[in-house]
Design a protein around this ligand. Structure first.
Ligand code: HEC
Ligand code: HEC
Ligand code: HEC
Ligand code: HEC
Ligand code: HEC
Ligand code: HEC
Ligand code: HEC
Length: 316
């Protein structure tokens, strides 16, 4: 009774191995050279099954619309580093993009983003920015004003990348693109220098000095007080910054048990004045008067000393 050991298939195996190696080499070769070729051609790589970039990688491609000339150029290098770099053109644009006439406005853009990001879109529509967008105001923020470097639909950067406009350290600068633009803001009665006053505040200075680790970025930036996709007008009673009660809750997210007095002492973006937080205004005046008195007294003492010294020298 013996085991039925099959004969060792020497030469057959060897041939299979050689064949496999050849196939693997060919696949790797195609992959390497194929990708390299795409890089050389476009300077980047984005999925483009329908070869849209044959035309749309041309920087001069544009279209005339009632709002003026709109560029139809898609920058492949920018697109290849975006959050959507693995999504094919036709996933967002259908296979027949030229059959759908889009107005290519800030609102139609938000609608397209919103077809996938429904939650953020819904909040955004109810925000002060989104409401104005729906009324055709082109000054307010649409998705890509906050999510890409140059307002480019194809350049959305993931939130947690250090150079993302939405990374906590950069948010104030992102809002400042518009809110520190006097020309843009003068039409809206927004008189406060919101960016400047924020950067003067403890929170602003501390965030500016901190590094990029999330742990050190625990101070408040614009969105911690105003919200992100649901930003409301400061005059809206539902805004997280409207009225002492809402404001306290906003501070208490990070200052547990802060209480009304803590929030009341907060100047918002305004300078302290007789009408706005008078305590702080008068404290400031008292401190300034005290400072001046102390310095003046010091100078007075010094003068006396000098006079005294001179008189003594003269007498000797
Ligand atoms: C043969 C060149 C060519 C190819 C290929 C091409 N496009 Fe276009 N595309 C154009 C031109 C030209 C326009 C401007 C048409 C006009 O003036 O209305 C345009 C317009 C567009 C617009 C703006 C549509 C609008 O609402 O006016 C989008 C979006 C677009 N293309 C996406 C794509 C996508 C996605 C693909 C691949 C599936 C693609 N294109 C392939 C030439 C091309
Ligand atoms: C993640 C979704 C997404 C992908 C992927 C995408 N696009 Fe777009 N694209 C948009 C959005 C959003 C707009 C703005 C549409 C509007 O304003 O109505 C847009 C606009 C355009 C326009 C009009 C000009 C402009 O920049 O507003 C063209 C042309 C275009 N895309 C071509 C392409 C091509 C070519 C690709 C593939 C390389 C591509 N898109 C991939 C979302 C996408
Ligand atoms: C006023 C600026 C602003 C606008 C406008 C805006 N976003 Fe955002 N978005 C942000 C910030 C800031 C974050 C990071 C939130 C955080 O850190 O919690 C974010 C986060 C996100 C995220 C990541 C998931 C999440 O909710 O944190 C997605 C997805 C997103 N936004 C999509 C959109 C879309 C789609 C639109 C347009 C309909 C839009 N955003 C409009 C500022 C904005
Ligand atoms: C076809 C659906 C689709 C459309 C349209 C689309 N996105 Fe996305 N988006 C995605 C997917 C899927 C991811 C996740 C990619 C990943 O995790 O690698 C993503 C990721 C993101 C992120 C990064 C989230 C994070 O956690 O960092 C932001 C921000 C974002 N999208 C904003 C937008 C904006 C703004 C638009 C319009 C210009 C848009 N998206 C259009 C599908 C879409
Ligand atoms: C593309 C330009 C733009 C960007 C970017 C932008 N905003 Fe705005 N925002 C506006 C305009 C314009 C208004 C005025 C709308 C109005 O009052 O009708 C506005 C209104 C507001 C208001 C309401 C002001 C009031 O009337 O009380 C707040 C709060 C606000 N933005 C906060 C932010 C924050 C926080 C960011 C950054 C995360 C930001 N915005 C980014 C353009 C922008
Ligand atoms: C996102 C979190 C966050 C929010 C929201 C926030 N703060 Fe802060 N704040 C901090 C952190 C963190 C510090 C630094 C604490 C420390 O070093 O003791 C700080 C420091 C301060 C300081 C200076 C140092 C001190 O403890 O006296 C003041 C004043 C202050 N916050 C006021 C406010 C007010 C008023 C609000 C509400 C309108 C508010 N903060 C909302 C995170 C926040
Ligand atoms: C610690 C909380 C806090 C932070 C951080 C903060 N704000 Fe405010 N913001 C407020 C409060 C409270 C008000 C309402 C009272 C006021 O106008 O000072 C306000 C008002 C506003 C207004 C309306 C001003 C007007 O004239 O009607 C805008 C716009 C605004 N903030 C934008 C910003 C921007 C942009 C940033 C970041 C650069 C920012 N805020 C950071 C609390 C904050």
């Amino acid at each position: 009774m013996g085991l039925n050991v099959p004969e060792y298939p020497g030469p057959g195996r060897k041939r299979a191995f050689l064949l496999l190696t050849a196939v693997a080499a060919a696949v790797i070769g195609i992959l390497v050279f194929g990708t390299a070729r795409d890089y050389v051609q476009g300077g980047g790589y984005v999925p483009d099954e329908a070869k849209c970039l044959v035309c749309h990688s041309n920087p001069d491609l544009a279209k005339n619309t009632p709002q003026g000339k709109i560029s139809l150029y898609v920058n492949e290098v920018v697109a290849s580093t975006s959050a959507h770099r693995f999504i094919d053109c036709t996933t967002c644009h259908t296979t027949k993009p030229h059959e759908v006439a889009t107005p290519l406005t800030k609102l139609s853009l938000a609608q397209k983003c919103g077809s996938c990001h429904q939650y953020q879109y819904k909040l955004h529509l109810e925000s002060i920015h989104g409401q104005q967008l729906a009324q055709g105001n082109p000054d307010v923020a649409t998705c890509v004003d906050c999510h890409s470097r140059k307002g480019d639909s194809h350049g959305v950067i993931r939130v947690l990348e250090h150079d993302a406009p939405t990374y906590k350290k950069n948010i104030a600068e992102t809002c400042a693109r518009c809110h520190d633009n006097d020309e843009l803001m003068k039409d809206y009665g927004i008189v406060e220098k919101v960016y400047e006053s924020y950067m003067r505040s403890f929170h602003g200075k501390a965030l500016q000095l901190s590094g990029y680790e999330l742990g050190s970025l625990n101070k408040a930036t614009c969105t911690n007080c105003h919200g992100v996709h649901d930003i409301k007008s400061a005059g809206d009673p539902q805004a997280p910054v409207a009225g002492a009660d809402n404001l306290v809750k906003t501070c208490e997210q990070c200052h547990p048990g802060a209480g009304v007095e803590f929030a009341k002492g907060f100047l918002g973006h305004r300078e302290a004045s007789r009408d706005n937080v008078p305590q702080a205004h008068y404290t400031e005046i008292i401190f300034r008067t005290l400072m001046i008195s102390v310095v003046a007294f010091g100078i007075f003492l010094m003068l006396i000393a000098i006079v005294r010294f001179s008189i003594n020298r003269w007498r000797e």
